[in-house]
Design a binder for this molecule. Structure first.
Ligand SMILES: [Zn+2]
Ligand SMILES: [Zn+2]
Length: 312
């Protein structure tokens, strides 16, 4: 008897639910990916992987995590991960699944793309070991939200200073924290060098404090905390300070020279005052306008318009 597939119209010897084996396969996948992505968190120090809330030192765990994201909709005889690249962020792993969705169809292979989100994090054991060595922390905070440029600048300074020493062991790690970066070190001298370099590079205020971690008498172990608050603005910046707009003319030795845009007066403001009262960067437009022989910078903040002579 001649049978015809309901979907492709081909003649076929085997008909399953009205379909030829090819069309049946196409409409009945063998494997389904259950999750939007599989999160893989690995400790960069010891290689342990987070598995169901526990850190496991077994390379098969990564495979397990990926395979657990799959649902099999037929008989599966083998699975293998074809490609997997562990790099930060989202990647796709290809899983090859062998089996069949129906007894009348011979085994075949199907590929399932599994999205993997990879990240690294110190496991508690390694974190303890690092904390054990920690003797200093440089807390870099910014008065305005920290941007990529500032972040990179701080990381570059840290790297350069850490390389300057004979041994590079003084540096432990940098953590992103609310409002800035924490630089953790095992060397207090290096901490001071980094803080000093940041202070020389950016308008900032530096405060140091020591605390006793453990021990007494001659055997005390202290931890140095250096707070570096940066004011990442310079000549040409427009800032809001104490509810008034200012144009920054320059910075030198802890003092900003600023132009009060509402009164057109030039005043000096200490970096400490800016930190104490806080500043913000308003949304503004600046255009250079030429009038005869003179040029003026027009700054528009909201509905207000200010002119600054000789600024452009
Ligand atoms: Zn068909
Ligand atoms: Zn670890």
């Amino acid at each position: 008897m001649r049978r015809v597939c309901a979907l492709c119209g081909r003649e076929t010897d085997i008909l399953i639910e009205g379909l030829c084996p090819d069309c049946y396969r196409k409409t009945h996948p063998l494997v389904r990916v259950k999750r939007d992505f599989v999160g893989i968190v690995r400790c960069p120090s010891c290689g342990a992987v987070l598995y169901r809330g526990r850190w496991v030192k077994d390379n098969k765990v990564i495979e397990k995590l990926i395979l657990e994201s799959l649902d099999y909709l037929g008989k599966v005889s083998s699975t293998s991960i074809e490609s997997l690249e562990l790099r930060y962020g989202l990647t796709t792993a290809i899983v090859r699944v062998r089996g069949t969705v129906h007894d009348l169809i011979k085994e075949y292979e199907e590929e399932a793309p599994v999205k993997v989100r990879y990240s690294e994090e110190l496991c508690p054991r390694c974190r303890d070991m690092v904390n054990e060595k920690e003797r200093a922390i440089v807390q870099v905070r910014s008065v305005v939200p920290i941007n990529d440029h500032l972040r990179r600048l701080v990381i570059d300074i840290t790297r350069k200073e850490a390389m300057r020493g004979e041994e590079r062991s003084g540096f432990l790690r940098i953590d992103d924290v609310q409002g800035g970066l924490d630089i953790r070190l095992s060397d207090q001298g290096l901490a001071r060098a980094i803080a000093y370099r940041i202070h020389k590079t950016l308008p900032s205020r530096v405060l140091e404090s020591q605390s006793v971690v453990k021990g007494r008498g001659d055997k005390v172990i202290t931890k140095l905390t250096i707070s570096v608050v940066v004011v990442p603005v310079g000549r040409g910046s427009v800032i809001m300070y104490l509810n008034k707009p200012y144009y920054v003319l320059g910075y030198s030795q802890g003092t900003f020279r600023v132009l009060d845009l509402s009164s057109n007066e030039t005043v000096n403001v200490r970096v400490g005052d800016l930190i104490r009262h806080g500043i913000s960067i308003p949304k503004y437009e600046a255009t250079c306008i030429e009038k005869g022989n003179t040029r003026a910078l027009e700054v528009i903040i909201g509905s207000e318009r200010y002119m600054i002579n000789n600024a452009c």
